[in-house]
Design a protein around this ligand. Structure first.
Ligand code: SF4
Ligand code: SF4
Length: 168
């Protein structure tokens, strides 16, 4: 059985270019075209955030689709559910804009759309094979892998560093 994939962040690779945010906004636009998306209403929103940690670190943050999702438990209108693929999604037709999910998400990755008055977050780009942010990142700071594959990559990196004597 194949294992489901997650979007992981390689913290050492992000340069803070914000290409992921643009790609996410465009993928969640009606036109799916950068130049048309700029003037669309409602305004397409990014679901990935890039935080600056002084002096010079940049950290992409997005919904972890938690196995035991606080947002899903807290939503009083039943707008948040999990798909068969394990993706935690918000049904905007059911969202009443109470922002309870915003209060309980430990990552701060649920946005408030001021025009629609609905909550939004990463939906893993259901219309395409690989999430737009992952495909757009020029440094491969975002990777779409199973937990086992990602952990294997990290072990390989550590093993190479140990053998070369570089350490971390
Ligand atoms: S929105 Fe926050 S709490 Fe909900 S699944 Fe994503 S990371 Fe977890
Ligand atoms: S596209 Fe990649 S390098 Fe650029 S900000 Fe996003 S995660 Fe960082």
């Amino acid at each position: 059985m194949s294992q489901s994939k997650e979007i992981f962040v390689r913290l050492d690779r992000c340069v803070g270019c914000h290409t992921c945010k643009i790609a996410c906004s465009v993928e969640h636009s009606k036109s799916k075209n950068l130049f048309e998306a700029i003037s669309e209403q409602p305004t397409p929103k990014t679901r990935v955030y890039v935080e600056w940690v002084p002096p010079d670190r940049k950290v992409p943050i997005l919904c972890r689709h938690c196995e035991d999702a606080p947002c899903m438990h807290a939503c009083i209108s039943g707008a948040i559910s999990r798909t068969e693929e394990g993706i935690v999604i918000t049904n905007s037709d059911k969202c009443i804009g109470c922002w309870t999910c915003v209060m309980v998400c430990p990552y701060g990755v649920i946005g408030r759309h001021l025009e629609t008055r609905k909550a939004y977050r990463c939906d893993r780009c259901p219309d395409i094979q690989s999430p737009a942010c992952v495909d757009a990142c020029p440094t491969q700071a975002l990777v779409y892998r199973s937990v086992a594959a990602f952990s294997g990559d990290v072990r390989q990196d550590v093993a190479r560093e140990m053998v070369s004597g570089e350490g971390r």
